[in-house]
Design a protein around this ligand. Sequence first.
Ligand code: DC
Length: 260
Amino acid sequence: MIFRRGRIPAGVPRKLLLMSDKSKVGNPDKPKMRKLRIAIDGPAGAGKSTVARMLAQKLGYLYLDTGAMYRALAVTAVDKGIDLNDPVKLGEMARQVDMRVREDNGVFRVWVDGVELTDRLRGPETDRAVKLLAMARPVREVLVAIQRKLAEAGGVVMEGRDITSVVLPDAEVKVFLTASLEERVRRRWKELKDRGIQVEWDEVKEEMVSRDQKDQERTWGRLVQTEDSVFIDSSRMTKEEVCSAIAELCEARTRCCTGS
Ligand code: DC
């Protein structure tokens, strides 16, 4: 997979490029606090995307939805007819394709080989494919390298499953965000319903349990709560409350680093 911030094909927006350049602007003599890297992990339906997006907007940071990157590769593998149980073939594909990402008013957009896949990332079929693709270590290695590169300049809110443990173990703010199974099923069922996709409650629940299992049984990059992550259970919290709680962690971290 080729990923270059500086070489974006015609028609593909350039926000990542601009964001990375912006961090270099300013008075070089003035000591500056490095922008934070905020890492959020948790199971499906915990509310990570919503909260990460809100937080990034509030702080003027870049929002990075790593699940969308796995999803885009799953869609590509299905399109190419690649066996989702063959990690070697999946790894070859991941290395060869050209993936571009951009955040656009809170929407995380993904292109693979110049084709935008954003509208195809969510839905039961992709859910089934991505949980298999995410088991392939060669694929994970490719995506982890890209994700680290995207976070290099700081000023990012990155969410996924292995961000606090593998991608950014030294992130300044680390959160494990979860919610009860029933609440996560309710959120996912409502999200699908709002998008006009009719599914049975039990079907959503089964899928959620199966994804939880797959997330936990990977030998590399499995979902874990690291010792230094702050645990937040969002079952009875609004998204605004969760966002404020993480923003407070960021403030505390900034105060402790600048001594102010
Ligand atoms: O967060 P999500 O539901 O969009 O994630 C889609 C899939 O990708 C899910 O099966 C877990 C996997 N994933 C992963 O293995 N590692 C990440 N950093 C992000 C997502």
